[in-house]
Design a protein around this ligand. Structure first.
Ligand SMILES: *Cc1c(COP(=O)(O)O)cnc(C)c1O
Length: 484
């Protein structure tokens, strides 16, 4: 299996794609063909066995031993026993993807990426130290830091938007331990951070200088194909669990609902369908930064709109990188569209492309709808949603109302409610929330009886090790200084 760039044709091995991160032409690596699953053969597999199977279909230049070793090290006691527990609610099931160390679904891929990256770099005989440059809307940063902290032969540098992310998210990052970790707030939003980081990947002069100093760049963002592949696994797992429980029969269709930002998570579901998983509709849930759901409705991607800071901050994104992979999958001329995006801040896909997109549905949730959904689901069903998953629930409601389609839906739950304590508590309580977020963790636990996840229980006591906030124009400078 070889990988090519969405903007070119030169093929590379999966290990090269993983270490490279972004393709040299600025495109994203995609597999040249999509392997197929034989679902009936997967029914008896544990999560780890399934992950090993799916990964081995994509990462064909890794040995079976290398893949298994990475999988079992990644999905161990850091997670709960089931890895991805499922809650069965009325007419839909919640795929809880947040039981890793940092309480967001990013752990699913970022727990394994460091192992894959090390094995890939050894295989390719790379002598340089790998510098992971990461832009985060709040959750990728911490998950990547946890994954790469003190991993020999790597450094990890994270840029987060200083305004907009939750206090818990921020403290998780600025208190990160590890000699090889570097964390900076930037005065700007996620798009600013992501664009700056992408431009460093394409800065040939800088890369040349670094190479002679003994460094190469790589990425832990979902532009890295090593992020995408592990995310395919949990959709297959979620489906198979329903078959095992007798809720559906093998071959029955399911819908999936995904709260979406950079289009990585929902794209993994789309790849699962390409591999043979019977998914009927992909319900793409946006927050008020509704660039993606508008695109799905109209076929027009239009950046000309204000960037909003919302109560689902990990989805506060206007430039969704992974959409490029989807455009490539449905046969669009990616180069042409990306040029238009750069010059006109806008593009429209072809009529064929729009038809190919008919298995997608898009809508957005307002901040107010998000909060009242948390309240109603908690009061009526006793289940506590985080703000991102609540966006998915709101949009799923719109979908059912508009289409009448009641096909069983798998809702991707992307974060623990404890990660967004203030907004979650605000929605289910009438009290004035005067305490700091760490106090609110205790209050939320007392109120709901939901156990506080171990990884944040003592978070407030962890000292700040990364206090710096920089302007977005000094990102390059900062990276050079770290590596000097
Ligand atoms: C990253 C993130 C998302 C968005 O996922 P994408 O793959 O970027 O679409 C949604 N919810 C949470 C909690 C996240 O951390």
């Amino acid at each position: 299996m070889l990988y090519k760039s969405t903007r070119g044709n030169e093929s590379v091995l999966s290990s090269q794609a993983i270490v490279g991160g972004l393709a040299p032409d600025g495109g994203l690596y995609v597999p040249e063909s999509v392997p197929k699953l034989e679902l009936s053969e997967l029914l008896s597999m544990s999560y780890q066995e399934l992950a090993s199977h799916v990964l081995s279909l994509y990462l064909t230049d890794f040995s079976e031993q290398e893949i298994k070793c990475s999988v079992y090290k990644a999905y161990d006691e850091k997670f709960v026993e089931e890895i991805v527990p499922i809650k069965y609610l009325e007419g839909r099931s919640i795929l809880e993807l947040y039981h890793g160390k940092t309480l967001a679904f990013k752990d699913m891929a970022l727990s394994i990426l460091p192992y894959l990256m090390k094995k890939a770099s050894r295989r390719l005989g790379i002598k340089e130290e790998i510098v992971i440059l990461t832009a985060t809307s709040g959750d990728t940063g911490k998950a990547a830091l946890e994954g790469f902290a003190d991993v020999e032969g790597t450094k990890i540098v994270v840029f987060y938007p200083s305004e907009g992310i939750s206090d818990i998210q921020k403290h998780q990052m600025v208190s990160q331990k590890g000699k090889n970790t570097f964390v900076f707030g930037i005065k700007g939003n996620f798009d600013d951070a992501q664009s700056a980081v992408k431009s460093l990947f394409l800065d040939d002069e800088l890369k040349k200088q670094l190479k002679s100093d003994g460094f190469v760049f790589s990425s832990a963002n979902s532009i890295n194909i090593g992020r995408l592949v592990p995310q395919i696994v949990y959709y297959v797992h979620g489906y198979l669990e329903h078959v095992r429980k007798g809720i559906i029969q093998l071959g029955d269709e399911m819908n999936v609902v995904v709260p979406t930002g950079n289009f990585g998570n929902i794209l993994a579901a789309r790849y699962a369908k390409e591999m043979g998983l019977p998914i009927k509709k992909f319900i793409c849930a946006s927050n008020e930064n509704a660039v993606l759901s508008d695109f799905i409705k109209t076929g027009i991607y239009d950046l000309d709109r204000p960037f909003k800071v919302t109560n689902s901050p990990s989805m506060d994104i206007l430039i969704s990188s992974n959409l490029e992979r989807y455009l490539s999958l449905i046969g669009e001329d990616v180069n042409d569209l990306m040029v238009k995006l750069k010059t006109d801040k806008k593009y429209e896909i072809s009529e064929t492309g729009k038809k190919a997109m008919s298995d997608f549905y898009g809508h957005f949730a307002t901040e107010r709808e998000t909060l009242s959904k948390i309240k109603s689901v908690y009061e009526n069903e006793g289940y506590l949603l985080d703000t991102h998953t609540a966006v998915a629930e709101v949009v799923y409601e719109y979908y059912k109302k508009e289409t009448g389609d009641e096909t069983l839906a798998l809702i991707a739950s992307t974060a623990s409610p404890y990660k967004f304590t203030r907004d979650v508590l605000k929605s289910i309580s009438d009290d004035l929330l005067l305490d700091d977020d760490f106090e609110l963790i205790k209050i939320l636990s007392e109120k709901t009886g939901l156990e506080i996840p171990k990884s944040i229980e003592t978070l407030s006591e962890d000292e700040v090790r990364h206090p710096h906030v920089i302007s977005k124009v000094s990102i390059k400078n900062t990276v050079e200084t770290i590596l000097r």
